[in-house]
Write a protein that binds this ligand. Structure first.
Ligand code: PLP
Length: 380
């Protein structure tokens, strides 16, 4: 039987239909989208490292030395020595004992949560967590309770009464991917300590961007002792892959129990080499992070002059909430017609009635490119 799912769920009518469009990058923030030359305000390439000459060179050399693919999972014969170097650097930058690299950030979240939590456990998860944390929690078979965004009172109330569980976890994005705000990590660590829960954070958007040396959100907020920190190599680090940092015991446990690590092919050597070069650049070129921060301040100042409400966090994710998905799409298309790409984000990636434009900034955006977007938004 051929299943015709073409809009069988009324997605088109609701303005929620999605389509793939070809995008050909010509630089870190410029490219050709569906045949049209654009400035890209929709990528998570925060430091522009996708195109850094050292990153490209490292990838090319590893490709020539080791070949295009890895041919097996890490536990079989895919554990290229480049993993060891990358994991050492990641543990170092996060100030952790050890690190473990997965094929993607999505797989890291799934693999970590399902390895640690199971039936008889409780997971408290922020309602605005990334889909991969939600999926990991649901897949773990633990009891999952989603608390209102950053609501510490509810977290405490639930931790207090739920004494019957074997283990308790609190799981949160540290930088919320669609809102650009920060989780209250001080309060969460205190809560985890008080009620003997394990705090797991996903620092996909903080790694490389926040904190001295780009160590991430915990470093930025000066929070220590978060036992499980997850990150991705695909955003500020310009490559591909996910990772977790923590104790050596944690990593040993994950190697033995994370199904997304055990049953999936290892990353290509070129990708590992690119990521390692990128982590080194975090250390060598703090100016990039500084430039990103200057761009964020510049753009947010511009937005607030026009009358938009902006947060003061130095985060390069800036949402403009529009409401209806059709309206977000219309504005996004209008910007595109002027050569600016800002994606329209619609449910289910975000809650109903909060469709938005999600602007992301890079250290590589030039002032005149940001001005062009600001001018268009002024006329919106
Ligand atoms: C908060 C968060 N976690 C995890 C991921 C998944 O990372 P990756 O793209 O490396 O699979 C993303 C990316 O979209 C994200 O925004």
């Amino acid at each position: 039987m051929i299943v015709n799912i073409k809009d069988s769920h009324g997605l088109k009518e609701a303005g929620l239909w999605r389509q793939l469009r070809s995008y050909q990058p010509t630089g870190p923030v410029e490219g050709i989208l569906a045949g049209q030359r654009i400035i890209n305000f929709g990528s998570n390439n925060y430091l522009g490292l996708t195109h850094h000459p050292k990153v490209v060179k490292a990838a090319r050399e590893a490709l020539v030395k080791y070949g295009a693919g890895n041919g097996a999972s890490r536990l079989i014969s895919g554990n290229n020595p480049l993993y060891c170097e990358l994991e050492r650097e990641l543990a170092n930058i996060k100030g952790a004992e050890a690190a473990l690299v997965f094929a993607t950030g999505y797989q890291a979240n799934l693999g970590v949560i399902t390895a640690l939590a199971s039936r008889n456990d409780l997971i408290l998860a922020d309602r605005l967590n990334h889909a991969s944390l939600v999926d990991g929690a649901l897949l773990s078979k633990a009891k999952v309770k989603r608390y209102p965004h950053c609501d510490m009172k509810v977290v405490e109330d639930w931790l207090k009464v739920d004494g019957q569980y074997r283990r308790k976890f609190i799981v949160t994005d540290s930088v919320f991917s669609m809102d650009g705000d920060l989780a209250p990590l001080h309060a969460l660590t205190a809560m985890a300590k008080k009620y003997n829960a394990v705090l797991i954070i996903d620092d996909a958007h903080g790694t490389g961007v926040l904190g001295r040396k780009g160590a991430g959100t915990a470093a930025h907020l000066q929070v220590k002792n978060i036992p499980v920190q997850i990150g991705t190599l695909s955003k500020a680090l310009g490559s591909l892959g996910g990772f977790v940092t923590g104790s050596a015991d944690l990593i040993d446990c994950l190697v033995n129990k994370s199904r997304t690590l055990i049953y999936s092919t290892a990353l290509p050597p070129s990708v590992l080499a690119a990521a390692t070069a990128a982590v080194n650049i975090l250390r060598e070129e703090p100016k990039r992070r500084l430039r990103l921060r200057e761009n964020v301040s510049y753009f947010k100042r511009g937005l607030s002059k026009i009358g938009f409400k902006v947060s003061e966090d130095p985060v390069p994710i800036i949402p403009i909430i529009v409401g209806r998905p059709e309206d977000a799409l219309e504005i996004s298309e209008a910007l595109l017609s002027k050569g600016i790409f800002v994606p329209a984000i619609r449910p289910p990636a975000i809650p109903k009635d909060t469709s938005r434009l999600r602007i992301t900034l890079s250290a590589c955006h030039k002032q005149e490119q940001m001005e062009k977007l600001l001018n268009l938004l002024r006329k919106m």
